[in-house]
Write a protein that binds this ligand. Structure first.
Ligand SMILES: O=P(O)(O)OC[C@H]1O[C@H](OP(=O)(O)OP(=O)(O)O)[C@H](O)[C@@H]1O
Ligand SMILES: [Mg+2]
Length: 181
């Protein structure tokens, strides 16, 4: 597994420090509001688990699963809901929690889909942002780290469903893609 890694891009220690800062900002911004945190499966689960434990106000959790990448490294562009919310949203402030915003297609779909359900507000939070890769204009309210155009794995992020468990955010060796195609 470690032989597949070219470099550590963001270490677990750096992530921990940044997530603490993000949790404090969200706690301030949503004080007194009915907050529903919407985790986007599967990639966001590790970030979400760390983030919500840094939020010091009451909140509810729910999850959605959408898919656009499958087993590859490029988005198909066609976002589809694999699992929908179970909590009603009308009287809630929604915070979408993602692991990465890359082309922006997934987040744009989620923002439009959830705004149409008439919650009190919808905002977005991601641990990673890849601005160079944007295909659509989308606003991220809380962003952890802005990274160059590398395909990264670890801290929930996968390549063909592998590497999600790695504690750091890492760049895969190019030959790994060649081997797994
Ligand atoms: O900005 P985009 O180009 O849309 O890419 C970002 C999305 O792609 C990945 O999800 P994926 O579809 O790989 O599902 P996963 O979270 O289960 O890995 C990632 O978790 C984001 O949801
Ligand atoms: Mg993925």
């Amino acid at each position: 597994m470690q032989d597949d890694i070219a470099e550590v891009l963001v270490s677990a220690a750096e992530i921990k420090k940044r997530v603490k800062e993000m949790g404090a900002a969200i706690s301030r911004d949503y004080a007194g509001k009915d907050l529903l945190v919407v985790g986007i499966l599967k990639g966001a689960i590790i970030f979400l688990a760390d983030l919500v434990r840094e939020i010091t106000i009451p909140l509810q959790l729910d999850f959605m699963a959408v898919s656009s990448y499958g087993a590859g490294t490029t988005t198909s562009g066609a976002v589809r809901i694999l699992k929908d919310l179970e909590v009603p949203v009308e009287d809630k402030h929604l915070l979408i929690v993602e692991d990465i915003v890359d082309t922006g297609l997934t987040l744009k779909y989620l923002l439009e889909n959830l705004k149409a359900r008439k919650p009190l507000s919808v905002r977005a939070c991601t641990i990673l942002d890849k601005p160079e890769r944007r295909l659509v204009d989308v606003h991220v309210d809380y962003s952890g780290f802005s990274i160059p155009d590398y395909f990264v794995v670890g801290y929930g992020l996968d390549y063909a469903q592998k590497y999600r468990h790695l504690p750091d955010i890492c760049v895969l060796k190019p030959e790994v893609y060649a081997r797994q195609k």
